[in-house]
Write a protein that binds this ligand. Structure first.
Ligand SMILES: Cc1ncc(COP(=O)(O)O)c(C=O)c1O
Length: 381
């Protein structure tokens, strides 16, 4: 089905930060499966874990415990501020679980409150409910009427959140840094103000770290940089370093599902959990987030130099290796196609903005190679 516009390129192989097409041409991959291939393509630790697990146990029903699921859950809770984990298969499914959990909380603790506040320019996934949660009209229009219970308000505006809150509000969900909306960084103090408001009103503070989690922004979870603690956090994308997996994490006090109230056939699949466990363990043991931070400074510095050189670059912004550059006109698609031609894969996040989300293991040399291509492309625009 034609659900998106594809770039005319068929990829057949990947290694590290590089991919090859069916004609044998090589590309530097600064899309990384949409911020998924955290350790690059076919990272040995993940390949080995998959090989081993594929020979041991591929799928089991969630009536039973499995070792990879337990090990991954333990590693996650040992390294974040949440206590309980529910595994699923994608970001949208993790967010659906988060909203269902918030509604359970509303029913049990807040007299049936069910509304969830979200922000403009957010992105929370493609299910019908997450389409409603996503604060972008272009995603709403094809599917109205949308499920009830989501209020979209201005981003970076605590007053808008306060105004939208009422006795029906059970939660606020935010991306720690907005990804698909254009890499929008929260203003200093915004997330803390939202957290404080949630505490005051006894409503849930949910962070969607599907794009920002697992090292992408230079700390294991982006919330660490903002000195806040969510009640619920969702993960997917980079968690499996290429293998599909999602996770819903919650504080013990809000883990209110009773048996039978939520579930997923493939959620917590041993193969996916073994891959994610190997990837996460590698990321933690090798302090990949610290390396991301260094690389980010280096990459952003180079992009700032391009901005000095090309007046039509109007902005460079990002956290870690989630970075965007903005142009003064809608040239992103044309820049993307020229980069493709010269062997660099980038993402058009807005008609006038490109997003870079390379594997977390790229090197300075690879950043230099990408910058060189970008510079040559921009010189022709
Ligand atoms: C912040 C955020 N939340 C949710 C999603 C949805 O994740 P998935 O595509 O795995 O359903 C995405 C995907 O881009 C995302 O960036």
């Amino acid at each position: 089905m034609r659900t998106g516009t594809r770039v005319p390129l068929t990829l057949v192989r990947g290694q590290g930060a590089w991919v090859w097409d069916d004609q044998g041409k090589q590309y530097l991959d600064f899309v990384a499966g949409w911020a998924v291939n955290s350790l690059g393509h076919c990272p040995p630790v993940v390949v080995e874990a998959l090989e081993k697990q594929a020979k041991t146990l591929i799928q089991a029903s969630n009536q039973f415990y499995t070792i990879p699921q337990l090990e991954l859950a333990q590693l996650l809770i040992d390294n974040c501020c949440l206590d309980r984990v529910f595994f699923c298969n994608s970001g949208a499914e993790a967010n659906e679980g988060a909203i269902k959990l918030a509604r359970r909380y509303g029913k049990l603790k807040l007299d049936g409150a069910y509304q969830v506040i979200t922000t403009y320019s957010s992105f929370h996934g493609r299910t019908l409910a997450m389409t409603a949660a996503t604060g972008q009209n272009k995603f709403h229009e094809p599917y109205t009427p949308l499920p009830d219970g989501f209020i979209n308000v201005e981003y970076n505006d605590i007053a808008a959140i306060k105004k939208a809150s009422n006795e029906q509000t059970c939660a606020i969900i935010l991306e720690t840094v907005q990804g698909e909306g254009g890499v929008n960084i929260p203003d200093s103090g915004y997330l803390k103000e939202v957290e404080n408001w949630c505490r005051e009103k006894k409503i849930l503070f949910i962070l969607d770290e599907i794009q920002t989690g697992v090292g992408r922004t230079g700390t294991l979870f982006a919330y660490e940089q903002y000195h806040v603690e969510p009640d619920i956090m969702t993960l997917a994308k980079g968690l499996g370093s290429g293998v599909p997996i999602g996770a819903l994490l919650a504080k013990e006090s809000v883990s209110l599902f009773s048996p039978g109230e939520h579930g997923s056939t493939f959620g917590g699949n041993p193969l996916a959990c073994a891959a994610a466990h190997a990837a996460l363990k590698y990321i933690i043991e090798n302090d990949i987030p610290a390396k991301v931070k260094q690389l980010s400074d280096y990459f952003m510095g180079k992009l700032e130099s391009l901005k000095q050189q090309f007046g039509f670059i109007t902005g460079v912004r990002g956290r870690g290796l989630l970075i965007a550059i903005e142009f003064d006109s809608e040239i992103a698609q044309s820049v993307l196609m020229s980069c493709l031609d010269k062997g660099l894969l980038v993402n058009k996040v807005k008609p006038n903005a490109l997003r870079f989300m390379p594997p977390l293991i790229i090197t300075e040399k690879e950043v230099d190679q990408a910058i060189e291509i970008l510079k040559n492309v921009l010189a022709e625009k």
